[in-house]
Design a protein around this ligand. Structure first.
Ligand code: M6R
Length: 631
């Protein structure tokens, strides 16, 4: 996790660093810090105050030297060392003349730190990162440049990293490197009148400002061109020049990224927080994800999926691999993949899959689902699948993310940037993209005819209106959330395609409202969990008219008779279901396999309003980060 940023070339880079850190805070907010090159030395400031670390940092930088042309910044999600100022990045060497920011984990840091201490280095933090600063210090003391010192340091480091380093001895130079953790270079601003940043000539020439960051939103509104650094590569960044190499110092070529997002999309646009903005962007996100996918002949246009009739014919099993809300999207899609494409489908939690020796071969299609495309558990599970010879495709929201680049094929969701830690619009667009995949496989394997494909695609295209209609009832959901705001234990029940909806509703409530919420397939209650139900328990059940509605209503009766208060998600006009509820969350009806796209909405809103009722920060829930780039 953690967000890192660096900038060089502007007359005063501090505002750019702070602005970028604000847009990287979703990656972690246990502490924040910046280091600037100024007057031949390094000036550093750090703040650790939990959810207000960046606000504190904004105050502390009032004493910063003005006119610094190069600097680095960091917003932290703690792994090694508790959240505190001493553990906040940037970390420096013994002399304070080298500063580094790091996202990732140095696995052999204890071993390296012990050797460095033996050689006289003094450590001031409990972090794994600090060893990097001291190893670079040793390289520079031996006469190496910052880039050479970082290259030789990284040869000693095991683990994952995105790093930016700065030294007082090389004004205007930043050196960045990555392995697994994401890092994007942004080029901006013509260096002089008559030059073009991003025009012909060596890469970076003509650009007056060069930036580097963990993620694209930090560079939006500033950078005109975006470049990717490869694994185990190091880049020297200066205004007007970029030089990328591998760890042996041999030249490397950075790939250009296509970025269609704009700054407005990454900002709040009038909403109180990113989560409500993103919830209300769902109709548009779905429309965009569906746009232009179906051709006249009822075949599909699916980015670079690269699964034509012969590849599809060779598939005898699908394995969807993901984490969190992306995993829930996979569970929803399993119904469509099995029913429409008639392919046996398993859905696995990425962090479990890789350690259980899964049985995969070249007839298995492995689908990695990840909004960020950078979740390490999913990346590693896909790497395991590739080693086993499986065909791997990625469903990602970030163009050219690590997952997209390493997969054999890719299908993009088009949700735009999602900043709130709780996944909302990306979850819905993942379900949509996976259902498009199911339709495509059904078509090329001749399981569904053109007419059926058109009908189902038409039902998908009608969903954004249903979503819009449901979101317009946000205030009604707020009323229900207020009524149940003092409850601390929630049970979410679903059956069939609604079970993943229950899982997602419970996850949303846990992560932003901090109340206990467990989800069960309702038929499983009688095998144990029903013992927990007592007067005062709150049960949220999805009771829309899907396949097992009658059985669901029997399960609802079982918990009511044991004293639970029941909140039901019910289809418009279904008074029979509503009569069994203490509170109703109304939703329009839709095609059964598409119903999770609508039924999950009141649960997102319920968690949102409950959290707001308790005055919690919905965008930055405690202990969490948006993108989980550590195991
Ligand atoms: O970027 P990814 O889709 O791979 O992220 C997976 C999970 O970390 C993510 O869905 C997480 O569970 C969300 N915070 C849930 O709201």
């Amino acid at each position: 996790m953690c967000g890192i940023i660096g900038a060089t070339g502007e007359t005063d880079v501090l505002p750019l660093l702070l602005d970028g850190l604000g847009r990287l805070e979703y990656r972690g907010y246990d502490s924040a810090g910046v280091a600037l090159q100024a007057n031949g030395s390094i000036w550093r400031v750090r703040a650790a105050a939990g959810t207000h670390s960046l606000a504190d940092l904004q105050r502390f930088v009032e004493s910063a030297p003005t006119g610094s042309a190069a600097g680095i910044g960091h917003t932290r999600w703690a792994t090694h060392g508790r959240p505190s100022e001493v553990n906040a990045h940037p970390h420096t060497d013994c002399s304070g003349q080298v500063a580094v920011v790091h996202n990732g984990i140095v696995e052999n840091w204890r071993e390296l730190a012990a050797l460095l201490v033996e050689r006289g280095h003094v450590f001031t933090s409990d972090t794994d990162t600090e060893v990097i600063a001291h190893l670079v210090e040793e390289g520079i003391a031996d006469g190496a440049s910052l880039a050479d010192a970082l290259r030789s340091t990284l040869k000693k480091v095991r683990g994952t990293y995105a790093i930016v380093a700065v030294s007082s001895a090389e004004p205007g130079t930043l050196v960045a490197a990555r392995r697994v953790s994401p890092l994007v270079v942004g080029l901006a601003r013509p260096a002089a009148v008559g030059t073009t940043c991003g025009g012909p000539g060596p890469i970076g020439s003509g650009c007056g400002l060069v930036m580097v960051a963990s993620d694209i939103p930090a560079l939006l509104g500033v950078a005109d061109r975006f470049l990717l650094l490869g694994d185990d590569e190091v880049v020297e960044l200066r205004a007007g020049s970029l030089q990328a190499t591998n760890l042996d110092g041999e030249s490397a070529v950075m790939a250009e990224m296509s970025v269609a997002w704009d700054l407005a999309a990454a900002e709040k646009g009038g909403y109180d927080d990113f989560m409500s903005k993103e919830i209300h962007e769902q109709p548009q996100a779905l429309t965009d994800t569906l746009l232009g996918r179906l051709r006249e002949d009822a075949t599909f246009e699916l980015d670079a999926l690269k699964i034509g009739p012969s590849e599809a014919a060779a598939i005898d099993k699908i394995l969807v691999v993901a984490c969190g809300s992306s995993y829930h999207a996979g569970l929803v899609a399993r119904f469509a993949l099995e029913k429409w494409a008639r392919i046996p489908t398993e859905v696995d939690i990425a962090s479990e899959l890789r350690y259980r020796g899964p049985i995969l071969d070249d007839r298995t299609l492995v689908v990695g689902v990840s909004q960020s495309g950078e979740t390490i558990d999913t990346l590693e599970a896909l790497a395991e699948a590739r080693r086993a010879g499986a065909r791997v495709v990625a469903v990602s929201n970030v163009v050219d993310s690590s997952m997209a680049r390493s997969a054999d094929g890719v299908l993009y969701t088009r949700a735009g940037p999602e900043v709130g830690v709780a996944a909302t619009k990306t979850h819905l667009t993942q379900i949509t993209a996976l259902e498009l995949l199911a339709l495509h496989l059904a078509r090329v394997r001749e399981q569904l005819g053109a007419g059926e494909i058109r009908e189902l695609y038409g039902a998908l295209c009608a969903t954004p209106d249903r979503v819009e209609e449901t979101l317009a009832r946000s205030e009604e959901v707020a009323g229900v959330a207020t009524r149940f705001a003092s409850s601390r234990d929630f049970f979410f029940l679903g059956r069939h395609v609604s079970y993943p909806v229950a899982l997602e509703g419970a996850l949303k409530l846990k992560e932003i409202s901090y109340v206990r919420a467990e989800a069960y397939p309702a038929g499983e209650l009688k095998h144990g969990p029903i013992a927990l139900i007592e007067p005062g328990s709150v049960v949220v059940a999805i009771a829309t008219r899907t396949a097992l509605w009658e059985k669901m209503m029997s399960n609802v009766a079982e918990v009511r008779s044991r004293g639970a208060a029941v909140i039901l998600v019910v289809n418009d006009g279904d008074e029979e279901s509503a009569a069994a509820a203490d509170a109703v969350l109304w939703v329009p009806g839709t095609h059964e396999l598409l119903s999770p796209l609508v039924d999950v909405l009141p649960l997102q809103l319920f968690a949102y309003h409950l959290a707001r009722h308790h005055g919690l920060d919905v965008d930055r829930p405690r202990n969490l980060a948006k993108t989980v780039t550590v195991e």
